[in-house]
Design a binder for this molecule. Structure first.
Ligand code: PEP
Ligand code: MG
Length: 758
């Protein structure tokens, strides 16, 4: 038997039909409305490769060095060609086609979905790595089934299994063939609040097929429904610009603009909400645990497309005590014992032995649990920063290297103390408070010390519950996993400076010694870590923007131009355009990642001033083989010039503009962002900065350009309130702030909604 019907499948048939097949079979068996279909079993795939004798060749082909992208690409091509070129046995073909003809009317459109047997391993990254094809008819069915088999060997899948040490021959793949539900509306439903466990149903809904909601390309409506009363407690109606539909002529799935009169219309009727509530109760009762369900409405009927447990809501946690906050009541560090103050740059309280590290010292003096006290951190300090319990610097502001990296590592930090390296004594026990920016003498009791990131992380990867997307900033690739675990809607800024500075050499020197290819490889490997962790959520990667004084510290730095004011100097896009030799390679690295299937990447250019900068950068993108019409790309708004020229930038074709308030503030107020002497007048909420931002958002909304913020201020509640009020499309926050920003955005959106009906 090459196929089994969903009616005959149960949850424990995982090995035969894979995770997706087993879940659909179980739902069908429980009497829930699931579109009819069958599964081409995992044994059919296994028999196919073994009987044709291609199995050994296949597994040998994918045993490659996963960091070598050329080898990875060759492995994928070999495996794909082997599968596609090997004929399917006649009896299997006939069985699949016979089954297809019994689905629906006999000539239905079907969805063909991979269902790997290892897909439901605890590591969710397996999910979504294999192919899904929608709107397939008999003509293409067999090829699509083989494409699903071959997708077990996509570059991403090979890379992922090799990296995690997961043997290739232990994963099989089944294929679910199911009648297409030509959804008029669709979305997801949580049968409990996914982060608090509260007994309410959360529904997200948009027009058209569900792919747009699941992949995050459209902001859906959000409904919170009480399970006690069945009442809709809140309904947040999003501006739904696009929808995923089946093209009547070609049968292919395409994105279309939502007709104007539907964009702001509420998607779900009260009856549909009630039906979803009823199904949510049934499915939760059936599995005896909270579920995350994909659903669709077709011809007045609600169908269930998939259901997965929300595993991480703690046992017995029904959220009755209200939503937890991320813990802001902590021991105040305001007593007389404060030794010194600075800026609280990475939250948390930690005690440890002060370890004064001057530039000449060896970092191996820093032991596990020490507190590094230094003038300013540098990229080669990162391994020591990981060991440290806390970080204190003399110099720097909230957007300095020390602040950014500490936050991503989840290590409490106080920066810009002025003379911490002189005031504190090497070896003395101190307690730092990364919220209040204080350093006290002595040790804090263990229970009062806090590592913020673990606490700040939601208990489950939360789907966007807000119309405004909430993303996260990433600068060190190792932080990508923790960043993804926040449930953020993507990466709003992936900086590559850290990847480059940790090479220990200027890019020019590195390329001179190791070749261009090696530089490209370094960037591919760092960016891929984030692109992989977040896939298919979007990751906005930015070309290099490091000032010359940071390069000067590296080998080859002696060749950097000497500048009185590096912040106003040779950095960002102006350097890239003036001397494109390195810039070109960064774009080539992004091109390679697109070729490898990371279609979630978006390209962003730093420090542009005007349309000329943008048009020249766009031309370089084209030369590198990145089609600006097909890929999402945009710019940072970091100078008043860029903000004032936004119409021209939009005409140049940008898809998005992202406020880099770290720079925009320093250039608007003429206040050096890294100078602790003027830190108290560095104010991202200054009316002049807000005016530039507000006007830019207004223009962008008129011309259809998305807006975002990726500067440090995006983590501040006041800025969040301002931006959501103005209608920003997304906010990208620090890892530790994502959760609070999600709450803040939601609060403002609800207020706006209430205001509009009052
Ligand atoms: C900014 O300027 O706000 C920004 C995000 O870029 P960077 O901090 O890397 O200059
Ligand atoms: Mg900047």
């Amino acid at each position: 038997m090459a196929v089994v019907w969903l009616d005959d499948v149960r949850a424990d048939d995982l090995d035969l039909v894979g995770g997706k097949g087993a879940s659909l079979g179980e739902l069908t068996g429980a009497g829930l409305p699931v579109p009819p279909g069958f599964v081409v079993t995992a044994s059919t795939y296994r028999a196919f490769i073994e009987d044709a004798g291609i199995d050994d060749e296949l597994f040998a082909a994918v045993e490659v060095d996963h960091e070598d992208s050329a080898a990875l690409q060759a492995a994928h091509e070999t495996a794909h060609d082997l599968i596609m070129e090997t004929p399917m046995p006649d009896d299997v073909r006939e069985e699949i086609l016979d089954a297809y003809r019994s689905v629906g009317e006999g000539d239905s459109f079907v969805a063909v979905r991979s269902s790997a047997t290892a897909e439901d391993l605890p590591d969710a990254s397996f999910a979504g790595q294999q192919e899904t094809f929608l709107n397939i008819t008999e003509e293409d069915l067999l090829d699509r089934v083989k494409e699903c088999w071959a997708s077990l060997f996509s570059e991403r899948a090979i890379y992922y299994r090799n990296r995690k040490g997961f043997p290739h021959d232990k994963v099989d793949i089944a294929v679910v063939v199911q009648q297409m539900v030509d959804a008029e509306k669709s979305g997801v439903m949580f049968t409990r609040h996914p982060s608090t466990g509260k007994k309410e149903i959360i529904i997200e809904a948009a027009w058209g097929l569900g792919e747009a909601v699941v992949s995050g390309t459209v902001s859906p409506d959000n409904y919170v429904v009480s399970r006690e009363t069945g009442e809709v407690e809140t309904a947040t109606i999003a501006d739904k610009k696009t929808m995923c539909v089946r093209d009547e002529e070609t049968g292919e799935t395409v994105m279309r603009d939502v007709p104007n009169d539907h964009r702001h219309e509420r998607v779900l009727t009260d009856d549909e909400v009630s039906r979803l509530l009823e199904l949510g109760e049934l499915v939760e009762d059936h599995y005896e645990s909270p579920q995350d369900v994909e659903w669709a409405v077709y011809d007045g009927e609600v169908y269930m497309l998939q259901s997965r447990p929300i595993t991480t809501i703690a046992e017995g946690d029904d959220g009755e005590e209200g939503e937890s906050d991320s813990g802001s009541s902590r021991a105040a560090a305001t007593g007389d014992d404060v030794l010194i103050r600075g800026l609280g740059a990475s939250p948390g309280i930690a005690s440890g032995r002060a370890r004064i590290v001057t530039k000449l010292d060896h970092l191996d003096q820093v032991a596990e649990g020490d507190i590094i006290v230094t003038e300013m951190t540098m990229p080669d300090m990162v391994p020591a920063m990981k060991r440290a319990a806390g970080i204190v610097t003399d110099e720097g502001g909230m957007t300095s290297h020390a602040a950014i990296v500490s936050r991503e590592l989840g290590v409490p930090a106080v920066v810009g103390t002025g003379d911490g390296t002189k005031t504190l004594e090497d070896g003395e026990i101190i307690t730092i408070d990364g919220d209040k920016g204080t350093i006290r003498e002595g040790e804090e009791p263990e229970e009062k010390q806090r590592q913020p990131v673990e606490e700040a992380r939601p208990k489950t990867p939360v789907k966007p519950m807000t119309a405004t997307e909430v993303k996260v900033n990433v600068s060190i690739p190792e932080a990508a996993e923790r960043a993804a675990a926040t449930g953020a809607d993507g990466v709003g800024l992936l900086r590559i400076e850290h990847m480059v500075l940790t090479l220990g050499k200027t890019p020019e020197r590195f390329i001179e010694q190791n070749g261009e290819r090696a530089y490209v490889d370094e960037i591919v490997s760092g960016v891929r870590e984030a692109a992989e962790e977040f896939y298919p959520r979007p990751v906005r990667v930015r070309t290099l923007d490091a000032p010359t004084d940071e390069f000067r510290q590296l080998e080859g730095g002696e060749n950097e131009p000497r500048e009185h004011n590096p912040m106003l100097g040779y950095r960002g896009i102006r350097r890239g355009l003036d001397n494109p030799s390195v810039f070109r390679l960064e774009l080539q690295a992004f091109r390679r990642l697109f070729d490898m299937g990371y279609d979630n990447l978006e390209v962003m250019f730093p420090l542009v001033n005007d349309a000329e900068d943008v048009l020249r950068a766009k031309e370089h993108m084209r030369e590198a083989g990145i089609d600006p019409e097909k890929r999402e790309w945009g710019v940072m708004i970091e100078t008043p010039a860029a903000a004032l020229c936004i119409e021209e930038l939009a005409d140049a074709g940008i898809d998005f503009a992202s406020f880099g308030t770290n720079d925009l503030t320093q250039y608007t107020l003429a206040v050096d962002r890294n100078n602790e002497h003027v830190a108290d007048i560095y104010d991202e909420l200054h009316p002049a900065v807000l005016k530039l931002i507000g006007d830019t958002i207004e223009t962008c909304r008129e011309v259809g350009v998305k807006t975002s913020i990726c500067g440090q201020a995006g983590s501040k509640p006041k800025m969040v309130q301002f931006l959501v009020d103005k209608g920003v499309s997304s906010i990208s926050a620090n890892i530790d702030a994502v959760r609070d920003v999600q709450h803040e955005v939601k609060r403002v959106e609800q207020r706006l909604l209430l205001d509009s009906v009052r």
